[in-house]
Ligand binder design. Structure first.
Ligand code: NAD
Length: 321
């Protein structure tokens, strides 16, 4: 199979590229490196079945040769990134998704849209099943991401209905693991780097708001199964094990063997209070559920962050288009 992964140099995308290569596929990674990093895919550059194309998918997708699958991940994903890139986020969710769908349509390829639990906004139904339509502020600062993804879902559903594209929508809940950027503002990398540096762990609000955290390898299993299944979705992919943000900070501190205190800082606007996926659909349609316990996933993540300082000192390769 020849798969295109948009956003393949990002956190999730680079793990997906690795997995697809390990499964004997040919992989074309398309990325503009706006929030991803060259070093995420540096080990893959010499692989005979891997190709990197430095392209902004908002501008168009020029992929020579036939394509069997399109995994569309390109989009800023962390709140810090999409608040810094608001218009770009709306455009990659709209034009970028259109261009990725057109590529799948051109070759009759299977298509996967990586949507998000953010389409549920600050949910009034808990846990969130796919049938819940969400509670999104359409003009708040987070709307650039939430509404871009909601539009992307609508466009994907329309391409399936109108053009017969074999398109699947998945809604990803908070995912963590190696290769998250220390400065992306998400809770796990923030807590891990603070704990390792002996700094206070900055818990937002009173820390009683919840998150459900899925280890990246489990998520990648779900992405591949979802595309291969051809089900329309949407399908929630996430870990139903729910923890408060305060509990998460304490768990990270323990894995790091750190004595850092917790400090409480204001919560961002429209920050959701509760987050937990109902994954009955994924279990039923894909036979998927996460397998990595939080403690084990945090162990692997912390080990990677411990090494990251030395990795960062290595020269960053130049990527040819
Ligand atoms: P990331 O920022 O690490 O990766 C996104 C990648 O897309 C980056 O490499 C970035 O450079 C690239 N990109 C952005 N705009 C682009 C453009 N216009 N053209 C080409 N490339 C572009 O984020 P991630 O956490 O790996 O997220 C991947 C996908 O999964 C995103 O679509 C995100 O919305 C979705 N998602 C992730 C999570 C999570 O917890 N990580 C949760 C929900 C949804």
């Amino acid at each position: 199979m020849r798969a295109v992964v948009t956003g393949g140099a990002g956190f999730v995308g680079s793990h997906l590229c690795e997995r697809l290569l390990a499964q004997e596929n040919e992989v074309v990674c398309v990325d503009d490196l706006s929030t991803g990093r060259a070093e995420n895919i540096a080990p893959l550059l010499d692989h005979p079945r891997f190709r990197f194309l430095h392209q902004d998918v908002t501008e168009g997708l020029e992929i020579p040769g036939r394509v069997d699958a399109v995994y569309h991940l390109a989009s800023p994903a962390s709140p810090r990134d999409y608040l810094r890139l608001p218009v770009e986020t709306l455009l990659v969710g709209s034009y970028g998704t259109r261009n990725a769908l057109e590529l799948a349509r051109r070759d009759g390829a299977a298509f996967l849209l990586t949507s998000t639990s953010e389409v549920y906004g600050d949910p009034q139904v808990h846990p969130q099943p796919e049938s819940y339509w969400g509670n999104v502020n359409p003009i708040g600062p987070r709307s650039v991401y939430d509404e871009a993804k909601r539009f992307g879902e609508a466009l994907t559903a329309a391409y399936r209905r109108t053009h017969g594209v074999r398109a699947t929508i998945v809604r990803i809940f908070n995912t963590y693991g190696p290769r998250m950027r220390a400065d992306d503002g998400r809770a796990v990398p923030a807590f891990v780097t603070q704990a390792l540096d002996g700094l206070p762990l900055t818990v937002t609000g009173d820390g009683k708001q919840t998150r459900s955290l899925c280890y990246v390898d489990d998520l990648v299993d779900g992405l591949v199964s979802a595309l291969e299944s051809g089900v329309p979705g949407p399908v929630n992919l996430g870990n139903p094990e729910e923890v408060t943000v305060r509990e998460l900070a304490l768990a990270v501190r323990e894995v790091c063997g750190s004595a850092s205190p917790l400090t409480f800082v204001p919560r961002p606007e429209d920050d959701p209070q509760l987050r937990r996926p109902d994954i009955s659909t994924a279990r039923r349609e894909l036979g998927w559920e996460p397998r990595t316990p939080l403690a084990q996933g945090l162990d692997r993540t912390v080990a990677w962050f411990r090494d990251a300082a030395s990795l960062r000192e290595e020269a960053v390769p130049t990527l040819a288009a």
